[in-house]
Design a protein around this ligand. Structure first.
Ligand code: ADE
Ligand code: ZN
Length: 326
């Protein structure tokens, strides 16, 4: 019982979670009622039953449907505040939250509404929970680079409310280099850069995220183990991998948690971290990811401390604050 207790109590940073993926079925129904939006499921239980996925796309279809109840600034605030309270309960002292503006602008919700609601929750989290929270704007990779540029344009008036950009949604068939120009522009603007790569996609996508997009972290990256030269590059440059074990399990990236390669990534000297990805859909928040993965793989206290240190090293908090945590 001492290891689960350590995992829960150790201070940690969360670097890979999609705020729309923290929408619990209860909140989906509450917001649907508040906004007069219909949900194609009878009740919370029926919706939760639909959370059985075979791959990334089967999840994304239901995740985008769930997000359709979000309309007002208060909706975005309430969603983020619910997550930030859960994060605080898991001893997350710093979190970097992804948001998908295109999922909302496509329904006529202004970027301003999205960003202002989320940002207000971040401000309140620092003041009321002692949790520092930053926002990362993600481009949807199944859409075009031109649409990513339009989204960037719409978001730039609120540039001070997000620290960076990422790339998410359907990976296969949408390699990072599709977004070379928009990432180059974001780099010029001084935004921090991350991208999902090597979740379902090949090591080549991790290489192009690094060499073409010039990202500072790789989200997931678990397919990197198939390429020894890539593993060497990730270790040498201390490129953090934001790994999400329960997500990988639920999206059938690994057949069971005992076969997850988190331990192998750590053994290879990579800056791997543990994160929840879409906690409302994948069966748990960050501490659940730690406790289930450690129980299944036999990782121990040494790896626990390493993962906590990695989470701060990989974060975008400034260097002096980072040292205080590590
Ligand atoms: N959007 C939300 N969760 C995602 C994931 N695991 N991969 C890609 N896009 C996502
Ligand atoms: Zn993700």
């Amino acid at each position: 019982q001492r290891l689960p207790e350590l995992l829960r109590r150790m201070p940690k940073a969360e670097l890979h979670m999609h705020i729309e993926g923290s929408l619990e079925p209860e909140l989906i129904f509450a917001l649907a009622r508040r906004n007069g939006v219909s949900v194609p499921y009878a009740d919370v239980e029926a919706l939760r039953k639909a959370y059985a996925f075979s791959n990334l796309q089967s999840f994304l279809d239901i995740y985008y449907a769930g997000a359709s109840v979000l309309l007002t600034e208060q909706d975005f605030y309430d969603m983020a505040w619910a997550y930030l309270q859960r994060a605080a309960a898991d001893n997350v002292v710093h979190t970097e939250m992804f948001f998908d503006p295109q999922t909302h602008t496509a329904r006529g919700v202004a970027v301003e509404t999205v960003i202002n609601g989320l940002h207000r929750a971040c401000v309140d989290a620092q003041a009321q929970l002692g949790v520092s929270a930053l926002l990362i704007l993600c481009f949807l990779r199944h859409l075009s680079e031109r649409e990513a540029f339009e989204t960037l344009e719409q978001a730039l008036p609120f540039r001070d409310k997000f620290i960076g950009v990422g790339l998410d949604s359907s990976e296969l068939g949408h390699p990072p280099e599709k977004f070379a120009q928009v990432f180059a522009r974001c780099r010029e603007l001084g935004l921090r850069l991350v991208a999902h790569a090597g979740e379902e996609g090949p090591p080549a996508y991790v290489w192009s995220a690094l060499d073409v997009l010039k990202v500072e972290r790789i989200d997931h990256g678990v397919q990197s183990v198939k390429d020894p030269a890539l593993m060497q590059r990730l270790a040498q440059d201390r490129i953090p991998l934001t790994v999400c074990p329960l997500s990988n399990l639920k999206l059938c990236v690994f057949p069971d948690l005992a076969q997850h390669n988190l331990g192998a990534l750590l053994d290879a000297g990579l800056v791997a971290t543990v994160n929840s990805d879409d906690p409302a859909y994948f069966g748990g928040y960050v501490n659940q990811n730690f406790t289930e993965t450690f129980a299944a793989t036999g990782l121990g206290a040494r790896q626990a401390w390493q993962l906590a240190a990695n989470s701060f090293e990989g974060s975008f908090i400034d260097a002096s604050a980072k040292r205080a945590y590590m």
